[in-house]
Write a protein that binds this ligand. Sequence first.
Ligand SMILES: [Zn+2]
Length: 161
Amino acid sequence: MSEETGSKSVVKVQHPASSRKVNKVPYVELHGGRVQGVVSSGSDAARVYVSFFDAGTLNYYCSTNNNRPCGGLRGGPCKHLTALMGEAVLQYGAPKVGRYLKIAADPAALTSSYDVMRYITGAKTKEEASLVFSRFLSYLRYVEYEGTPEPMPEMAWFTVG
Ligand SMILES: [Zn+2]
């Protein structure tokens, strides 16, 4: 648990302009009134975190795929939530993410994930990870799917820069 504490200070919110870090945040989407996704653990390759922000309330939560609460959720979003937001902004653009979350700012004025994070004023709100994670697992089916030349709209999130 100690690896998580104080992590906010080392989080980098700057990202290179284009490529998504699929191995760090394999899955991010705007779905069901949430910005949600799966974030790899920095230290344990077998562990992933399921993180989300709720639109409107701007509440957030982060837990492992086994529903263990993230140790970094003290007093604000953890590094996984910060990473998730960074990737959401890379994939969808800050204005779209801000508008989706209904944050109290002019979406057009948002230029980075840092801009959006400043408006995350909610609190941590426990919620089952299984819903998000089961969606992720269903997407993983497509990764193992036999290759097809046809575009698969369901795979649009799986962007490699
Ligand atoms: Zn976390």
